[in-house]
Design a protein around this ligand. Structure first.
Ligand code: AMP
Length: 414
């Protein structure tokens, strides 16, 4: 089977490397660090299966265009991608499907938004309705800051058109978990849970980023919780989409928060997470190309299987990320680090001559019999890589989990 992966980041590199176990893979546009990268646009590539990585082309209808041309596509059309393209639409769908989620209101008017904020207790949560590369969410204890953020977003100053409508939510407290499910329009099968680290600095300090690292499995998140999330959140969402005429063939990624009142869905994304893909996919112990082709065909019969080994990925970012990343620095030590046993390196912001070309540059994944071993391998490999101003967190996977005891850890889902 020939598979065309669309995108050019660490997630697409992870997809290409795991798909490449059983299929021939090209990546468009890819990047100079991803083998099989081609400049040809996807519409001009002859492939048996297209796998679309990022949300932006999905929201823009790339899956629809490829399907209209007769392609077999893993990734929702623009109708299903709206789940990620508009948080207000997603929240109304979740309400219809009775999926547990934070209380919310959607506003285009500062006065109405401020009045709603005053009915809530801190922390206040203000989100852009549209896509903002994971940076459109403010969580704050200050009502004044929340109102200021609403004003900046609604005026278009902060996020342009994406911010001209905001979703305001009650603030929830708890550990966060990502559960990605493969869907064929009717059926959803879960992948192994993962947890990511969104803040730039150690100890969850500093600004929000696209993600500075991740690990899988997640201590405390066992099979029972995964089943409950599939039954109470993912399947009802897929059903609600179906009732709206949406044939969702792709990833439903549930961003969950585990509160004292049980889990709630913070958001649904419509693609593999980045950097979650870099820990979940390497743990797969089945034919990913066949699995995604089944889903794309609307006939998902396989169950994904995972190895018991754990995986930890550490994102190496450029100086100045996330605000103004410096680019053009030569990356040293990559080949030697990639050759270490139990290590996979996924290239994201990598340019010609193996130079830095974006904010998040590499994701370094270690695998091992448990999280501690996986973490040790990832950080040993990180120690061999350098460029001026390289930054990363030193605590990825160190204190993660959902607060489970050791017994729960032992029963963690695959
Ligand atoms: P989202 O893009 O909606 O997942 O939001 C990004 C991040 O903001 C989440 O991973 C959470 O850390 C935080 N967040 C979003 N919604 C809430 C909420 N209702 N309560 C607390 N934190 C939230």
């Amino acid at each position: 089977m020939k598979v065309c992966v669309v995108g050019g980041g660490g997630r697409e590199h992870a997809l290409a490397s795991v798909l490449g176990r059983t299929a021939e893979v090209v990546v468009t546009p890819g990047n100079p660090g991803i083998p099989g990268s081609v400049a040809t646009p996807p519409e001009e590539i002859d492939a048996d299966l297209f796998v679309i990585g990022p949300e932006v082309p999905l929201v823009a209808g790339l899956a629809d265009r490829l399907r209209a041309a007769g392609g077999l596509v893993f990734g929702p059309g623009a109708d299903g991608a709206r789940l990620e393209g508009s948080k207000a639409w997603m929240k109304s769908l979740l309400a219809d499907a009775r999926v547990p989620t934070a209380r919310h209101g959607a506003f285009s008017d500062v006065r109405a938004a401020t009045a709603f904020l005053r009915t809530l207790a801190p922390p206040y949560v203000v989100k852009t309705d549209g896509l903002a590369a994971g940076k459109g969410v403010l969580v704050t204890d200050s009502l004044e800051d929340a109102v200021g953020d609403v004003t900046a977003k609604l005026s278009g100053v902060a996020f342009g058109a994406a911010g001209r409508r905001v979703v305001i939510e009650e603030g929830l407290v708890g550990a966060e978990v990502s559960l990605l499910c493969i869907c064929d329009g009717r059926r959803a099968v879960p992948l192994a849970p993962a947890q990511d680290h969104k803040r730039l600095g150690d100890g969850d300090t500093g600004p929000n980023t696209g993600g500075m690292g991740a690990f899988s499995p997640v201590p405390g998140v066992g099979k029972d919780l995964v089943e409950e999330v599939v039954e109470r959140a993912v399947e009802p969402t897929l059903h609600a989409l179906h009732l709206r005429g949406v044939d969702f063939r792709g990833v439903l990624y549930a961003g969950l928060i585990l509160t004292a009142d049980g889990f709630k869905v913070l958001e649904f994304n419509v693609r593999f997470g980045d950097p979650e893909a870099q820990v979940v996919l390497p743990r797969l112990d089945c034919d990913l190309a066949a699995l995604l082709a089944e889903a794309a065909n609307g006939r998902l019969v396989s169950e994904p299987r995972f190895v018991d080994d754990a995986a930890v990925t550490v994102v190496l970012a450029a100086e100045g990320y996330p605000t103004a990343p410096r680019t053009g620095d030569v990356i040293h030590g990559l080949d030697a680090a990639a050759a270490s046993p139990g290590v996979g390196i996924f290239c994201a912001g990598v340019g010609p001559g193996m130079t830095t070309a974006g904010g998040r540059v590499l994701a370094v994944t270690g695998t091992g019999p448990d999280l501690a071993a996986a973490r040790a391998r990832a950080y040993a490999a990180v120690g061999g890589i350098s460029w001026p101003g390289m930054q990363y967190r030193t605590d990825i996977g160190a204190a993660g989990g959902a607060g489970g005891d050791s017994e729960q850890v032992a029963r963690a889902a695959p």
